[in-house]
Design a protein around this ligand. Structure first.
Ligand SMILES: Nc1ncnc2c1ncn2[C@@H]1O[C@H](COP(=O)(O)OP(=O)(O)OP(=O)(O)O)[C@@H](O)[C@H]1O
Length: 260
């Protein structure tokens, strides 16, 4: 049995590019995630964050390395249903991550049908509860994604992830397509849901300011490697690496009043 809920060891990803050459996107990345904890993964564009996130979620194969959830080693992409259920993904673009031809009811009900034996009445009740959980009116059930704002679509994406009752939700820049006020509301919602349900987040972000308030620990990536990892406060107040310092300097101070 592993010590933590999730342990990733020596993750390595080599992509075969279109011109037939190999490109190493992620090298020797290791981290752990405790139950009810948030690990923020931060780094500039192309640093390998999404590649790590997708390997953890079983969406792309690992070139090498291991991922252990609880006491179980997870295979790359050929995961059994219960392992797929345990790690859910919230995407960066809330609108395009939802099927435009499906009503909100059907989108949120999909994991319920896939993972749990529930009758139609129970599904309807659970969809209502999930919409309540993410702060959306129940009437939205009969709407389509195109009739909702970006922030509302992201709430639907979160409800869909929660429907699977996962141990871990990978949040891949879930607020970067949203404006500042909506960003803050979604972060608050994710924090509230974590307190209520004890779910763990792997939270990907470009900049440190987004993850300051939500992450217990932070892992900084650059060019496919981890340059620094530690408690959020330590990373902000006593960064050890020049690259981390440059990310901190890039933050407009007004965005994180607690940090001043
Ligand atoms: N399918 C692929 N084939 C080839 N190279 C890829 C593929 N997917 C990603 N890459 C490359 O791997 C590197 C890491 O990409 P990744 O998307 O993981 O970075 P990221 O840190 O999430 O970036 P962003 O913040 O822009 O999403 C990049 O150089 C990217 O071009």
């Amino acid at each position: 049995m592993s010590k933590h809920l999730l342990e990733a060891e020596g993750l390595h990803k080599v992509y075969r590019t279109r011109n037939g050459t190999d490109f190493t996107a992620v090298q020797n990345v290791s981290f752990y995630l405790g139950q009810g904890e948030t690990l923020g993964i931060v780094g500039e564009s192309g640093s390998g964050k999404t590649t790590v996130a997708k390997m953890v979620a079983g969406m792309i194969p690992l070139t090498s390395g291991s991922i252990i959830l609880g006491d179980k080693a997870l295979s790359g992409t050929k995961r059994i249903r219960s392992d797929k259920r345990s790690i859910q993904y919230v995407f960066q673009d809330p609108v395009s991550s939802l099927n435009p031809r499906w009503k909100i009811r059907d989108i949120v009900a999909e994991p319920l049908k896939l993972y749990f034996q529930m009758n139609a009445k129970a599904i309807d009740k659970r969809v209502d509860e999930l919409l309540d959980d993410v702060g959306l009116p129940r009437e939205f059930k009969s709407r389509y994604p195109g009739e909702l704002s970006g922030g509302q679509c992201q709430r639907v994406g979160i409800a869909r992830a929660l429907a699977a009752e996962p141990a871990v939700i990978v949040c891949d820049e879930p607020t970067s397509a949203l404006d500042m006020t909506i960003q803050a509301q979604i972060l608050e919602l994710l924090k509230k849901l974590q307190q209520q349900k004890g779910v763990s987040y792997l939270f990907i972000a470009h900049g440190l300011e987004v993850i300051y308030s939500i992450s217990h620990r932070v892992m900084v990536m650059k060019a496919g490697e981890v340059v620094e990892a530690g408690e959020t406060k330590q990373i902000f107040h006593d960064p050890q690496h020049e690259y981390t310092r440059s990310l901190i300097e890039a933050i407009p101070r007004i965005n994180i009043p607690q940090f001043q």
